[in-house]
Design a binder for this molecule. Structure first.
Ligand code: PFF
Length: 449
């Protein structure tokens, strides 16, 4: 029995210390860093937005990250079970189910985008993607509106399900230990490529020289929402990974390491993308299509473009897969504990269900369901919107209230005392909830800025 009164099942598999940090970085560094971050930064004024993002990471992201990991390690259960375990209160257990639902829904459409990156990797390396006079926007829309994305979505689910089925140390940890270092090497190669393009300087300047006049309240809210998404918060992922952390590991240091890792990858992603964008006269504010529609045009024009393009999409695929694994683990861990399923059974059933639920998303990006837009959004956009801007902030709020007010032993469990504890509590009780509520109200359309 632990000091929190939570009996720790002895069969609970644990990460090694370095394995945990790598897995958590693998979770946080994903499509968010490589795909979403560059285009929202492009739309909101470059460097100034990046700074804002860092501030949001520091004052709300990191405190919530620490809270999630602490809850997981002390509760030693899945995301919903941990809240219940620590308070013995059914209400918290019920609220915790929202984590599981959010993760499940995110996984359903994240796998679609991850699938696109796999398809693009193959197309680039084989050279099939590039050709004289190709319109890459059309090419993307052609692909996305067909049925092929469902195949790649299935491949993503199979890979993620397979890794999860192999367990915490033999699956998740091993997968990240191999992929994260490879990821870093590819990233550095691509950074070298993009920084040596002629005209790269303009892109670097756009990304690194702040123009604060471009910032407004909306950028702040988007930066905050993204800080959450980027750190994999608000869906029980870090609670679930936290439940596999050994008792000796310093969660405070882990928080810094993961936060720094996430920021570093976003920073390098910016240094890969903006110089390339500017060097080929593309638009940084392009939006969702930046990676899939604009960048292929740039790769097609550089020497060995198929190679660099292939590496770029491979990078995106790795980022996506290591994150996908962490998202899938949330409902899988729940199913194992709630219904006493074996890990294999849970992995198979949950992956399958997630695939089925994701199919409508896959078919709504220009596909057969594309023109069905209840409330002005496609299904894909609805799932993205309702999870990223409603469910995730809401779950984040739950975490702050739980660790800040309801559960009295958070400080002790996180290993924080004195000044550091007071700062953490202030951020967790006051700053983070206030910021989260603002984002939430804004995206719900209750307040406008
Ligand atoms: N952090 C990941 C990214 O930036 O792409 C996405 C993500 C992974 C969100 C895991 C939430 C999560 F639990």
């Amino acid at each position: 029995t632990s000091q929190n009164g939570a009996d720790q099942p002895s069969k609970k598999e644990l990460f090694t210390s370095s394995g945990f940090i790598l897995a958590a970085i693998g979770s946080s560094v994903g499509l968010g860093n490589m795909w979403k971050f560059p285009y929202i930064t492009g739309q909101h004024g470059g460097a100034a937005f990046f700074l804002l993002f860092i501030v949001c990471l520091l004052i709300t992201g990191l405190p919530v990250l620490l809270a999630e990991m602490t809850i997981g390690r002390s509760g030693r259960r899945n995301a919903a079970g941990s809240l219940y375990q620590l308070t013995g209160n059914r209400f918290w257990g019920m609220v915790g189910l929202l984590f599981i639902l959010t993760a499940f829904l995110i996984m359903s459409y994240y796998a679609v985008v991850a699938g696109w990156t796999l398809h693009y990797t193959v197309e680039s390396f084989t050279g099939l993607m590039f050709g004289e006079g190709t319109d890459y926007k059309e090419k993307f829309l052609d692909f996305a509106s067909g049925y092929l994305p469902i195949f790649w979505q299935a491949v993503t689910m199979l890979i993620a399900g397979w890794v999860i089925a192999r367990g915490v140390s033999g699956g998740i940890e091993k997968f990240n230990k191999i992929l994260i270092p490879s990821f870093f090497v590819i990233l550095v190669v691509l950074m070298w490529r993009s920084l040596t393009l002629s005209g790269a300087g303009q892109g670097v300047e756009f990304f690194l020289r702040p123009d604060f006049s471009k910032l407004d309240a909306e950028s702040a809210l988007i930066a905050l929402g993204h800080a959450f998404f980027s750190l994999s918060l608000g869906m029980g992922c870090m609670v679930t990974y936290g439940s596999y952390v050994n008792q000796k590991q310093s969660l405070g240091s882990a928080t810094w390491a993961i936060g720094f890792g996430d920021m570093l990858y976003a920073f390098i992603a910016g240094l890969v993308i903006f110089p390339t964008v500017f060097s080929f006269g593309l638009e940084p504010g392009e939006g969702v299509g930046l990676a899939f529609m604009a960048l292929p045009a740039a790769f097609s024009q550089m020497p060995l473009g198929f190679l660099f393009g292939g590496l770029f999409f491979l990078l995106l695929s790795i980022a996506a897969l290591t994150s996908a694994v962490s998202i899938l683990e949330v409902p899988v861990a729940y199913a194992m504990e709630r219904w006493k399923w074996s890990r294999k059974k849970a992995a198979v059933i949950v992956s399958g269900a997630c695939f089925v639920v994701g199919v409508p998303s896959a078919l709504s990006v220009g596909g057969v369901l594309g023109s069905w837009q209840p409330g002005g959004k496609t299904i894909f956009d609805w799932v993205d919107f309702s999870t990223a801007y409603i469910l995730m902030p809401f779950c984040g709020l739950i975490v702050t209230l739980f660790a800040g007010y309801a559960w009295k032993r958070a400080g002790e469990a996180a290993g924080l005392t004195g000044f550091r504890y007071r700062v953490w509590m202030f951020l967790l009780r006051v700053v983070a909830p206030a910021m989260i509520v603002l984002v939430f109200l804004y995206f719900m359309g209750v307040i406008s800025v």
